[in-house]
Write a protein that binds this ligand. Structure first.
Ligand code: ANZ
Ligand code: ZN
Length: 848
């Protein structure tokens, strides 16, 4: 009998809404260990609506929250929208529609879709990052960063997307291309607001240790921050006669042990000392080279595969360990943004240096015993030092230590640490973002907008087109730009850059705690009531960007004393990607689903009839294999969609969508519904049960309670569902069921299929929602097997059976087997050659 999801689902959604079933308060009677903050990564409300990937994580956290509530926890489980962003602005450029209009319409659609899935959010806490009462506090946090000296202005070459006409953060550049539109990223030097995330580099690494996060994510963050431990070494620059001058050139090296092998030096084309180092004879060549290098991206410059280029500066430096003169070159494989922007080159033991040395005929000196000939390739592994005087005979580690001592003694070098992490380019030359609350005064310089004047609201503009000059569309609104200096009252101008989309999501989890507070971004008592977030679930694509930025802001707030924890998200889980099927040609190219026909279980391309292979692929518009969650909810119900997504496999693995599986779950729920029509008995399920079948059902029930509890606790939802299926299959064999058992099952089902769960609960005669009903417990005693059936095999044939207590030891089982009739009959007159026992299952006898 199909279960009436079309009636049930809206009914309970309305009930939850009207009764505010999931409203959460800071109840002081609940001790800290009984509070949980469970957070979903909030969606960007794109025009495409909800994707089936959204309900995956959202269902997982929802089951967890519902389970926690039934176990007496006070649970904070909010939802909101990451609502500033480029798509709405790009749409505005095309159509003239205000981004707020588009965004609000999208949010309405998202909300309706999310509500249709029956998630237990406290909707009173909903936030939208684009509303002034929210971004007021984003601006406030920015001002705190500014006042702490963590926001600074600089004319820097930034990554510039020539198509989006905006600056990009390093994190938004993927392999030299804009992460949003795919255009090749170039450089542009403009005035920027930059956040000093590098000041937190060390803590951002260190504090990862205390977090319950996937190791892979921690590693990605560590690699992104890229801590490098080495030394700075000063080289004295020589005059044209080879005599020491007062000028020193400092390099950063992780291999100061190779100093005896340094045969030349390289400075980056942007190095501030270049003019000083360049001799008149080399001036033209150096100038031309620098102009050429300026046109290349960092990626092109550091690409190992690219041919090395460079030019001699005309100067020499003195290698401090042996007094030898080594030439100073200018080359773009050395970046100005890392270390000191200058290196000592050791071609024998560094691949890039080796390639450069070969190309420009520079000497290669081996200083670590190599297993290759360093004239034909660099040796970059460890080894015993040679040609290195006081380092000879030492390995790399010991030689580094010794060299550091030597450099310190001579006062020409010291330990140094560098990070790959760059400061965060925080300004965007776009309209649809938080205005940066600063004023430029000709007399006072940069002046913050007074906090009591926040929010500094976005004005209406006529055109959303970026100016392309590096200024935002806000720059065109004179009435907004022109203002009075908050300090001296003279005419001044507003900052016209806006914040990047990451800003709002850096702290939204704090605003959920106190969403309508007008006095502060989040009340301190409430903050310490809930923080840190106990579980944060979302896609792996945020492993670096969002999670690093949010941790950075959180640490700044911690240092300001306004939040109580060092880290925002204690436990993190990345949900696996939900993939789909696609079809592949021999040439490996993919064919869209609608260009394929199926015959006898095989797949063929409609156009040329080539046989295709069915493969797993990402969902994409072009492959026409995107699953629409609305359609699925419409056809099979929200409970089926929720449960199917949990049944597909473990939460963290990637898994392909298969509607057949969803139909299977829908049938399972039908079965549950039809069982709920059976009469219920008031048999005491904790007492003695004579009926053998019923006793067996009780055992299955006991196992189900134990397994569903354990698996739900561990977020192993797929196996919990399997166990519920086993139980339901057993139940279907009975004409009536003990009420106590059925109630227990309904409660366990409820976090997974909450609409059906509530309906069945009501059917059981309860007047209130089961959201806070007590999670079932059942004595594990009843799980115990009374006896196992042991099979007696003789020469490969089944000859008898007997019963034994579970776990009976091998010797006893052998003895018991030998006492059976079958054994006696079939081994008579034979010798026992071998006996093999499989515990709880069989005794296998070889008789000759
Ligand atoms: C000498 C040397 C010998 C080096 C050797 C390596 C191997 P990580 O580990 O990534 O920090 N380097 C330093 N500054 C640079 C810059 N601005 N642009 C390009 N390369 C730079 O790498 C540190 C090493 O990268 C440094 O150690 C330096 O080369 C180079 F057998 O110094 B090494
Ligand atoms: Zn002023």
């Amino acid at each position: 009998m199909p279960y009436p999801f079309k009636n049930i689902e809206p009914k309970w959604q309305k009930y939850w809404d009207e009764h505010k079933t999931f409203k959460t308060t800071e109840n002081a009677d609940v001790p800290k260990e009984k509070r949980r903050y469970v957070l979903d990564m909030f969606p960007y409300p794109s025009g495409a609506g909800l994707h089936v990937g959204h309900p995956e994580g959202y269902t997982a956290t929802d089951i967890w929250c519902r389970y926690l509530r039934m176990n007496g926890y006070n649970v904070l489980h909010p939802m909101g929208y990451d609502a500033f962003g480029l798509p709405a602005e790009n749409y505005a450029i095309k159509t003239g529609t205000h981004p707020a209009t588009t965004t609000n319409a999208n949010i309405e659609h998202f909300t309706q879709q999310i509500k249709a899935l029956g998630f237990s959010y406290d909707w009173d806490r909903e936030i939208r990052t684009c509303t002034p009462d929210y971004y007021k506090w984003t601006q406030w946090i920015f001002l705190q960063l500014y006042k702490k000296g963590l926001a600074y202005e600089a004319e820097t070459p930034i990554n510039w997307c020539p198509s989006c006409l905006t600056g990009l953060a390093n994190e938004e550049v993927k392999e030299g291309h804009c992460d949003r539109c795919g255009a090749q990223v170039t450089h542009k030097t403009i005035r920027q607001w930059i956040l000093k995330i590098t000041a937190y580099a060390e803590r951002l690494i260190e504090d990862l240790d205390g977090l319950d996060w996937p190791e892979s994510v921690k590693l990605m963050q560590k690699n992104w921050i890229g801590k490098s431990e080495g030394a700075e070494v000063n080289f004295t620059v020589a005059d044209k006669d080879g005599k020491a001058t007062d000028t020193t050139l400092t390099v950063y090296t992780t291999r100061c042990d190779t100093l005896f092998g340094a045969t030349y030096m390289v400075v980056s084309p942007e190095h501030p000392m270049i003019e000083k180092l360049t001799t008149p004879e080399q001036a033209d060549a150096v100038k031309a080279y620098r102009e050429q290098a300026a046109k290349k991206s960092d990626l092109e410059r550091t690409d190992l595969a690219k041919d090395k280029t460079g030019v001699f500066s005309g100067s020499y430096a003195i290698n401090p360990v042996n007094g030898k003169l080594i030439p100073i070159w200018v080359a773009d494989y050395v970046l100005i943004s890392y270390g000191t922007g200058a290196i000592m080159a050791v071609p024998a033991h560094d691949t890039r240096d080796w390639e450069f040395a070969k190309k420009f005929n520079l000497p290669i000196i081996e200083v670590l015993k190599s297993e290759v000939d360093v004239q034909t390739q660099a040796w970059t592994e460890d080894g015993i030092h040679v040609n290195s005087e006081f380092l000879d005979g030492l390995n790399k580690k010991d030689a580094i230590a010794k060299m550091l001592e030597f450099l310190a003694e001579k006062g020409i070098g010291k330990k140094a640490v560098n990070y790959k992490l760059r400061d965060w380019v925080f300004s965007r030359q776009r309209y649809w973002g938080e205005p940066i609350p600063l004023v430029h005064c000709p007399d006072c310089g940069t002046v913050p907008v007074p906090e009591e004047e926040l929010p500094l609201e976005l004005p209406n503009v006529k055109t959303y087109q970026p100016t392309g000059t590096g200024e935002s569309p806000l720059a065109g609104i004179d009435s907004w730009v022109n203002c009075k200096c908050p300090k001296c009252g003279k005419d001044a101008k507003r900052e016209t850059n806006t914040m990047p989309q990451w800003a709002g999501s850096c702290w939204y989890y704090l605003r959920y705690i106190d969403p309508s507070n007008e006095k502060t971004f989040c009340d301190k008592a409430k903050e310490s009531y809930w923080m840190p977030v106990d579980l944060y679930v979302g896609g792996a694509e945020h492993a670096v960007l969002h999670l690093l930025y949010a941790r950075f802001w959180h640490k700044v707030l911690y240092d300001l004393g306004v939040v109580s924890t060092k880290e925002p998200f204690q436990r993190l889980i990345n949900q696996g990607m939900i993939t789909s099927f696609a079809f592949q040609r021999k040439s490996k190219s993919l064919v869209a689903v609608d260009a394929v026909e199926e015959r006898d279980g095989k797949y063929y391309a409609k156009d040329d009839g080539e046989e295709l292979e069915r493969v797993i692929a990402k969902m994409s518009k072009s492959l026409k294999n995107v699953v629409n969650p609305d359609e699925m909810i419409q056809n099979y119900g929200a409970d089926s969609v929720r449960m199917y997504e949990m049944f597909m496999g473990p939460l963290t693995v990637s898994k392909p969508w298969n509607t057949q599986g969803l139909i299977g779950i829908n049938r399972f729920l039908d079965k549950v519904w039809s069982i709920s029509e059976k009469p219920l008995t008031d048999i005491d399920i904790t007492g003695k049960i004579e009926d053998k079948a019923l006793a067996a059902l009780r055992k299955t029930y006991a196992k189900t309670v134990a397994k569903v509890t354990r698996d739900t606790e561990n977020l192993d939802f797929n196996t919990a569902i399997s166990q519920m299926m086993i139980f339901i299959n057993e139940c279907s064999k009975f004409d009536s069921l003990p009420k106590a058992m059925w109630e227990g099952f309904v409660l366990m089902l409820s976090p997974y299929a909450p609409h059906l769960g509530e309906e069945l609960w009501e059917k059981l005669g309860h007047k209130e929602s089961n959201a806070y009903a007590k999670w079932p417990v059942f004595s594990e005693e009843f799980c115990k097997e009374d006896s196992k059936e042991i099979v007696v095999m003789i020469n490969g044939k089944l000859r008898d059976k007997f019963s034994a207590a579970p776990g009976t030891d091998d010797e006893t089982l052998k003895k018991m087997a030998s006492e059976t009739e079958g054994y006696k009959k079939f081994t008579e007159g034979k010798t026992i050659a071998k006996v093999i026992v499989v515990k709880d299952k069989l005794v296998n006898i070889v008789a000759k």
